[in-house]
Design a protein around this ligand. Sequence first.
Ligand SMILES: [Zn+2]
Ligand SMILES: [Zn+2]
Length: 179
Amino acid sequence: MLFAHDTEMALQAAAALVNTAADGDELLPDPASLAAFLDGWGFTGSRVGNEGELAAVRELRTVLAGAWGADEDTVVAVVNRLMREGHALPQLVRHDDWGYHVHATEPSASVADRMGVEAAMAIADVVRADALDRLRRCAADRCDDALVDLTRNASRRFCDASCANRSHVAAYRARRATA
Ligand SMILES: [Zn+2]
Ligand SMILES: [Zn+2]
């Protein structure tokens, strides 16, 4: 394991959030889709479920997207902004089936603040480990998805299997064409 479990989960959730706006599609079109996203990633805490909450999460998504594949100073600026604006105050907590892990916001904080601070805390770990190359963009043509490379040898290049297959087929055709 490269990072603590909660850090790895938070990084993957942050990448998934960034990718809800990938390729020009809007995968969070309404509050119900946001609720499904939050449930899917196991986010706890209060929710309002209205358009304002959704708008704040979309705004956060844009900010987070700027941290993926960016240089260190840019990433640090994003992390510090999210921690400051989300009033981060780290505490070790235990709930449900989870062992002790860090929450840096109150359960009553807004959804966007909780998501933003959680992502910022996780990215801070990556910066401290000098591992920002682990947060990169998919290498496939016509795909710019955010990915989190948690492989031991930092070998992950594609966001998913379909991008990997597409790229391998293209590389194979290119080799045959020049042979
Ligand atoms: Zn928790
Ligand atoms: Zn991809």
